[in-house]
Design a protein around this ligand. Structure first.
Ligand SMILES: [Zn+2]
Length: 78
């Protein structure tokens, strides 16, 4: 199993916590996402910041470079 790191801060995230915190989603579906290199994951902190940013409540500096729009799933620390 390949390690995954938060798209923004580089914190390590793991599949079991992803599955645990996204229990409402199908496990096989999550594993497929996990194996997809195109999809980026965020740790809990960055996910919250991303949500705030999208609502215009937080200004994140140096985010002006165009990043590909990838599907982002919430993930958590254990
Ligand atoms: Zn992060």
């Amino acid at each position: 199993m390949k390690d995954k790191y938060c798209y923004y801060c580089g914190k390590k995230i793991d599949l079991s916590s992803l599955i645990c915190k996204n229990f409402h989603l199908n496990q096989d579906y999550l594993k497929t996402l996990w194996d997809n290199r195109v999809i980026q994951f965020l740790c809990c902190d960055c996910f919250k910041e991303e949500m705030l940013y999208e609502k215009g409540l937080l200004q994140i500096p140096e985010l002006n470079e165009e990043k590909p729009k990838n599907e982002i799933l919430q993930s958590y620390e254990l």
